[in-house]
Design a binder for this molecule. Sequence first.
Ligand SMILES: Cc1cc2nc3c(=O)[nH]c(=O)nc-3n(C[C@H](O)[C@H](O)[C@H](O)COP(=O)(O)OP(=O)(O)OC[C@H]3O[C@@H](n4cnc5c(N)ncnc54)[C@H](O)[C@@H]3O)c2cc1C
Length: 488
Amino acid sequence: MGAAGTWAGVPAVLEAGCSRGRPLRTYNRLVMSTAEETHVVGGGLAGSECAYQLARRGLPVVLHEMRPERPTPAHHTGEFAELVCSNSFRSDDPHHAAGVLKREMEAFSSLIIGSARAAAVPAGGALAVDRERYAQRVTAALEAEPLIEIRRREVTELPDGDVVLATGPLTSDAMSAVLAELLGDEYLYFYDAIAPIVDTESLDHDQLFAASRYGKGGDDYLNAPLDREQYLAFQEALVGAEVMELHDFEKKLFFEGCLPIEEMARRGVDTLRFGPMKPVGLTQPDGTRPYAVVQLRQENLARSHYNLVGFQSRMTWGEQKRVLRMIPGLGKARFERLGQIHRNTFVNAPVHLDELYRLKNHPRVRLAGQITGVEGYLESAATGLLIALYLTLEGRGSEPLPLPATTALGALARHLTESKAKHFQPANINYGLFEPLEGGRIKKRERRRVYAERASAELGRWMTANRSALIRGEREAAEEGVAEAAVR
Ligand SMILES: Cc1cc2nc3c(=O)[nH]c(=O)nc-3n(C[C@H](O)[C@H](O)[C@H](O)COP(=O)(O)OP(=O)(O)OC[C@H]3O[C@@H](n4cnc5c(N)ncnc54)[C@H](O)[C@@H]3O)c2cc1C
């Protein structure tokens, strides 16, 4: 599988750290032997990557996938790792957090990123794919792996032994019931709405004020006040905005009580003022109460992103940007994520997961992919990859040291384990999830590079520290004809 390219911006560190100038994909050839098979449930982005990585390291895997026999409401094929919507794996800029995550995955010869590169289509700075070619490639690679046994059926009970549950946002009802039994109903979240997220630095803070409703929680929220005229113009724009078509299964959810803001706006001129834009309990610095207000809630520990509370939407992405920039203080907002509505099964990770993705109460069960509370194709695949590395290390008798949150892979786990359980929400990879940079102020443009370089160095260190546990001996490697690939 061709993991294209080294980490173009920072190759030296990775090479020096672990492979003396050889590309980091050499970590792919890592073999150990064990009789116990790992059950990976769900052959989506996370499960496919996880099964592949385990098998390439000599661990036998049973990969369970219910499609095509039992389809989901969003998948259309029986291929592994099918992309259900967009064909993009986000930015490929080596200094963008999504670009860093890709390069970290490529250091371990990611099946998903390798297949995506092989099936790439021109998409500016993003890595986008011909979805059919990409999924066929993933499927062929999995089917060709001798250590992977593929079982095409729905799993309705927890298999014995080590289990990686990677059943995704559309986890089947039977598996949801299994999870509910393991975790307790109250901890299995079914979120079908995602509010937009903005970059804090793109906000005009002069137009916002920090306060919590009725003073509860100090200045936890940023508030964008609207006067009557601004509110009416905003409400009118929402009513006229273009919206996306809904799938049938989404319609059902939609009517189950998750109302998009534009739908609320349509129900009456004041509906929003009595809903997510209600001004009660909020006083502006001049002592007056605004006519309406949009609340922004801190999204991550670093406060680098805020979400618009209650602003789930099915407006098209262009319309969301246009209409939401009418909110005072958001005129130049950069959107880290736009509002969405779809079914999403995920657990309250800070309550249930440890930093190795194990269920705290059932450590033989690991969760991977979107069900953990990461968001997106790339991030889901990344969790599958990391779990396979940890399982390999455990199989070799060493307690794995989690990757530090200075790396993109480690930052994802940090989001899952260190976020506040009460407000836990899925997240894409972004620098707000990373360990903050130390030292004095660094210019914004420089900061991304510094983050990326630090991630590269730290990943190299972790790989070096775990090298002996992750790779097979040189003699074995030579016997297998992969001496070239062995890391020295
Ligand atoms: C409608 C919709 C649109 C989306 N759009 C985007 C987008 O544009 N970009 C983006 O990055 N992300 C998008 N996502 C999120 C996307 O689902 C994830 O990014 C990614 O697919 C998650 O990977 P995963 O491996 O966790 O789950 P999936 O890729 O969904 O894989 C889970 C697999 O488990 C299987 N499965 C489920 N239950 C069982 C069972 N009991 N037994 C056996 N197999 C089972 C399913 O058939 C599926 O193949 C969207 C999600 C939805 C629902």
